[in-house]
Design a binder for this molecule. Sequence first.
Ligand SMILES: CC(C)(COP(=O)(O)OP(=O)(O)OC[C@H]1O[C@@H](n2cnc3c(N)ncnc32)[C@H](O)[C@@H]1OP(=O)(O)O)[C@@H](O)C(=O)NCCC(=O)NCCS
Length: 150
Amino acid sequence: MTGSFQIVDASWRDFNELRQLENECFPLDAWPFWDVLGILTLPDVVRLKAVTHGKMTGFIAGDVRRHEGAGWIATLAVTEGYRRNGIAIALITTLEIQMNVKKVKLCVRRSNTAAINLYHKLGYQDKGVWEKYYVGNEDALVLEKVLEGV
Ligand SMILES: CC(C)(COP(=O)(O)OP(=O)(O)OC[C@H]1O[C@@H](n2cnc3c(N)ncnc32)[C@H](O)[C@@H]1OP(=O)(O)O)[C@@H](O)C(=O)NCCC(=O)NCCS
């Protein structure tokens, strides 16, 4: 399913839709209640959603760490039926602008080819491995992008 979408700020009002999206997209790593609430309410977090015909079809959050001059992508998810439509690219590029940091970092499961392709396409580079980081003992790849003009 495709269609036009908008990228807008998310808030605590998106709690139920975000919980559903997380459960759908991360069967092994879905965040518990308090983590979902935290990402929607804590300071120093940029949170954005993609909206298609009034429904949340994607979400991204970035944790801004000014003392490090860096931001971490904490989560990124797009509803299955709306993928390959540019929603993730739009969410990441908007987040990069709004975080206003020199570097953006993230980690991703080694087997997550879709996300790794996406990050490489956007200029993220491999920086290291956290062994057995995820549930099920899968390694995390750590990626980083230096932003120009910040
Ligand atoms: C990874 C994810 C966020 C991508 O969202 P999306 O909106 O479909 O991504 P986009 O349409 O913006 O894709 C941009 C590029 O990413 C790459 N990509 C995305 N999905 C891909 C797939 N299934 N296989 C290979 N490459 C893929 C491609 O390079 C794609 O460009 P193209 O469509 O021109 O080939 C989505 O698949 C998802 O939510 N997955 C489950 C949750 C997840 O893994 N999140 C990331 C955790 S680190």
